[in-house]
Design a protein around this ligand. Sequence first.
Ligand SMILES: Nc1ncnc2c1ncn2[C@@H]1O[C@H](COP(=O)(O)OP(=O)(O)OP(=O)(O)O)[C@@H](O)[C@H]1O
Length: 302
Amino acid sequence: MQLIKDDIDFNAYREEPETHKVRPASDFLAETIAAFYPPAGASLPPRPLWDKTNGKIAFRPGEVSLWAGINGHGKSMFMSQIEIDLMTQGEKVLSLSFEMLPVRQMQRMARQAYANDQPPIDFLNRFHAWTTGKLWMYDHNGSIKWEKVMAVMRYAQEKFGITQFVIDSLMKCVKGETDYDAQKDFVNELCAFAQARKVHIHLVHHIRKGEDEDRIPGKFDAKGAGAITDMVDNVFIVWRNKKAERGDAKDPKAPTAMLRCDKQRNGEWEGMLGFWFHPESMQYLERIDGMPMRYELSNARH
Ligand SMILES: Nc1ncnc2c1ncn2[C@@H]1O[C@H](COP(=O)(O)OP(=O)(O)OP(=O)(O)O)[C@@H](O)[C@H]1O
């Protein structure tokens, strides 16, 4: 893992360079053919590594995914496991977490990668070494201007070739929960950046307060401007089933966490999938009797 320090001068990265955008439609022939008939050996878009999400969810270049959920319902934890999955597939990930210090993020991730709560020092050494060239973290805690976030992303993409960005969370980048124009401007810039640079952006977001914790929220419950969910390509909701955690659910086999896909612009699937949170490893398991998986930490692509 490499830290991107906050004392770098990001001013040179404030503006997106203008590119020649008006092109004849026929220029896109080769790409259209490849979309219908992917060439032999073409790599599939990166995805989460659960079997049950296979063929349903992918993190395609050029898209923005919104990850929404109630406070404390596991958005960051879910993303952390997905970041390891992405690195396993050869993706270069930049975490811009304004809510959690890098050391806390690495602690969670190491636990998930080791599949238990006390990774030995030898494993921590190997895990940290494995993340070199795969994981970068922007060292900034607390609120930040969204224009600066864009500059940091431009810098990191040009310097390190980042392919997957994780921003945790939108509300730390825009002052005031009711500043809908700033929220729209930021999300609009993110969508343009993802498309221009052919990268994927994961944007963590909150659900409106006052929601009933026992009901799975939907995209209309997302905080702030309604246009946010219109603009992004994918909307995922992470929900913790507290009744099931307490053993109060009607179905004793009910999952303790749900992933809901409420929008997928370029994918065929929308729906809900159940997971079981395993506290020691902090992994989300796909079966009630599942076992956490220790990551191999090899450098081979999947
Ligand atoms: N399904 C679950 N069952 C039990 N515990 C969970 C579950 N999901 C997350 N947790 C626990 O809840 C805590 C909060 O998780 P996390 O930080 O990922 O939430 P969050 O949605 O990102 O929160 P916030 O909105 O405050 O940033 C973690 O300590 C984690 O161990």
